[in-house]
Design a protein around this ligand. Structure first.
Ligand SMILES: O=P(O)(O)OP(=O)(O)OP(=O)(O)OC[C@H]1O[C@@H](n2cnc3c(O)ncnc32)[C@H](O)[C@@H]1O
Ligand SMILES: [Mg+2]
Length: 197
């Protein structure tokens, strides 16, 4: 079985490839596809956007596609950046500027009001038109300075109380164990298995 990861994000590709390593599935990503043009992510929810990306990848490749749409919801910002997480500080998307903007906006927000969560929607779409959605969430809070150098995106600012570490201080294996993406992915396994047979 061969699937296409419908993402261009290197951090996601690394995590998803690691999650898929024992599954006996050949994995391609959009990086392997010539002439791929990003779809407009104009959905209102992570699920909508994951669906758009998965469908576009199936159409382009004819393969089963796995798409991830994810982001950060900060309570003190009314749930922002949410579906706008990648481009929070404008185009082109840039993790460094996004984190700076987040720190700036939360400058005067006290410790007990800095709660946040990562959300992930994964969609599996098949060439014969079937679609499956799974979701995952992880709770945490936003620090006042970056810690750690692993991961991507908002990981250096996202503190996970259960592990007393930021996401960027966790190994890939531990992040995958607890993360929004890891949780959503574990629900995808039985779906992929059912498509194999
Ligand atoms: O659309 P694709 O090609 O998959 O890549 P993207 O980076 O644009 O991905 P999204 O549209 O889903 O935007 C998600 C953003 O949310 C943030 N994000 C998502 N998951 C994250 C994680 O595990 N750790 C840190 N930040 C994350 C990060 O800034 C991402 O760029
Ligand atoms: Mg995107």
């Amino acid at each position: 079985m061969k699937i296409i990861l419908a993402t261009q994000n290197k951090g996601k590709i690394r995590e998803l490839q690691d999650l898929l390593v024992d599954e006996d599935i050949q994995v391609l990503s959009l990086k392997d596809i010539e002439g791929w043009e990003d779809v407009e992510e104009n959905g209102e929810t992570f699920a909508d956007n994951a669906m758009l990306k998965a469908r576009a990848a199936v159409e382009k490749t004819g393969l089963i596609a796995l798409a991830d749409d994810s982001g950060l919801e900060v309570d003190a910002l009314g749930g922002r950046p949410g579906v706008f997480s990648a481009r929070f500080a404008g185009e082109p998307k840039d993790d460094e500027r996004n984190n700076n903007k987040l720190l700036q906006l939360l400058r005067d927000v006290p410790e007990d009001k800095r709660s946040a969560r990562f959300r992930c929607a994964l969609v599996v779409a098949t060439p014969d038109g079937r679609e499956f959605l799974t979701e995952g969430t992880v709770e945490g809070r936003i620090l006042r300075e970056r810690r750690g150098s692993d991961g991507f995106g908002y990981d250096p600012l996202f503190y996970v109380p259960d592990y007393s570490r930021t996401m960027a201080e966790l190994t890939l294996a531990v992040k995958n164990k607890l993360s929004h993406r890891g949780q959503a992915f574990r629900k995808v396994i039985p779906i992929l298995k059912s498509l194999k047979s």
